[in-house]
Ligand binder design. Structure first.
Ligand SMILES: *Cc1c(COP(=O)(O)O)cnc(C)c1O
Length: 368
């Protein structure tokens, strides 16, 4: 039996008519860039995300860069990001001219470790940039306390956490802003690249929008030199059609995750994902840890099961940061995790028999 890692096609087929109608609307209006579909999605997403303002943009990496820039990050500033995340989190910092400072992660949750963050704060630190990794929110109360003590701002990278909450509060309610990606495989995915920043801060939203739209508030008046980072009409229409399903899809992810949790609990060599108290985890990824990661991965592959590793090399050890000269002992938890983590197939449309096949294959491996 073949079990895909994720299957965007299944989701598409399940709501095909709604999507087709939405795309047809865009084509008939010829509103390919900006226009009513983009405005409508921004409004709907603000409501869903519980934020006052949403600024849509071209992708989640731009969302980070635009937000950091508007928050004042620039040359001479340091921004603290987790060692275990997708490269965008760090790239966006460097694009503003600020310096990326990596902090290690908690070895159980794999989320940024506030104690290590505190050790890395200097006179130049301006912003903390936690990532709500795999769909679980970072330790925001602890980070907010640190930010308060040291006069820092917080930006949340919520690219993997549409619909997540911590103590009932969503991304963006903890920091000055949160950024989302709508890359096709994210919990809410477009038909291409798309992203957004959410914030309750009207002045910040205005600054982000200004920069993302060539510095224009009125046509042909460029208040600042900006850039071009826009959501297109087709992506907005697809996202608007999918948004009403997001809660249900997240519930399905959570249900599948609970089934994995229960079935894998008895297997001593496998650690199921640690959950923080008070967190609504939306399982963008279901990541287990085991010392036999590579062998398990191969075993599952021979049983027709696709898995992945997020991420095999912590950012400080990537070639692009080699000049920093980090040693494995600088980020011991991220380093160890990167050798033990395995993302199992998990997507809303997954069938019970597929989950059963993954579970029984892991059991067979454990007994071998
Ligand atoms: C996907 C992702 C991004 C970037 O999103 P794009 O839309 O691909 O630019 C940023 N941060 C994290 C943690 C992500 O997973």
């Amino acid at each position: 039996m073949h079990v895909p890692f994720a299957d965007i096609r299944r989701q598409h087929l399940s709501i095909r008519r709604e999507i087709d109608a939405a795309v047809r609307r865009v084509v008939e209006q010829a509103s390919f860039i900006s226009g009513p579909e983009v405005d409508a999605f921004e409004e709907a997403f603000a409501e869903a995300a519980g934020a006052r303002h949403v600024v849509s943009c071209a992708n989640g990496t731009d969302a980070l860069e635009l937000a950091l820039h508007a928050m004042g990050a620039g040359p001479g500033d340091e921004v603290i990001v987790p060692a275990l995340t997708w490269i965008s989190t760090a790239e966006a910092v460097s694009r503003t001219g600020a310096t990326v400072v990596f902090a290690d992660v908690d070895e159980e949750t794999l989320l940024i470790d506030p104690e290590d963050v505190e050790r890395r704060i200097t006179d130049r630190t301006r912003i903390l940039l936690p990532v709500h990794l795999y769909g679980q929110m970072a330790p925001m109360p602890e980070l907010a306390a640190l930010a308060g003590q040291h006069g820092l701002a917080i930006l949340e990278d919520a690219a993997q956490a549409h619909g997540a909450t911590l103590h009932g509060r969503p991304p963006g309610a903890w920091g000055r802003a949160a950024t989302f990606s709508f890359y096709p495989s994210k919990n809410l995915g477009a038909w291409g690249d798309a992203g957004a920043v959410v914030t309750d801060d009207g002045a910040l939203a205005r600054a982000i929008r200004l920069r993302a739209r060539h510095g224009q508030e009125r046509k042909h008046e460029h208040l600042v030199e900006g850039r071009n980072s826009r959501l297109d009409g087709i992506q907005a229409a697809v996202l608007s059609a999918k948004l009403p399903h997001l809660d249900r899809w997240n519930e399905l992810r959570r249900r599948h995750a609970a089934r994995y949790d229960e079935a894998l609990a008895a297997i001593e060599t496998i650690c199921t994902p640690a959950r923080r108290a008070g967190a609504r985890h939306v399982f963008h990824l279901y990541v287990v840890q085991t010392d036999a990661r590579d062998a398990l991965c191969e075993h599952l592959s021979s049983a027709g099961i696709c898995t992945a590793v997020h991420y095999p090399t912590p950012l400080p050890f990537q070639p692009c940061y080699r000049h920093r000269g980090y040693a494995p002992s600088d980020f011991p938890a991220a380093r160890r995790a990167s050798q033990r983590i395995l993302s199992l197939p998990l997507f809303p449309e997954m069938e019970q028999r597929e989950i059963d096949h993954v579970v029984s294959s892991i059991r067979a491996f454990d007994h071998a």
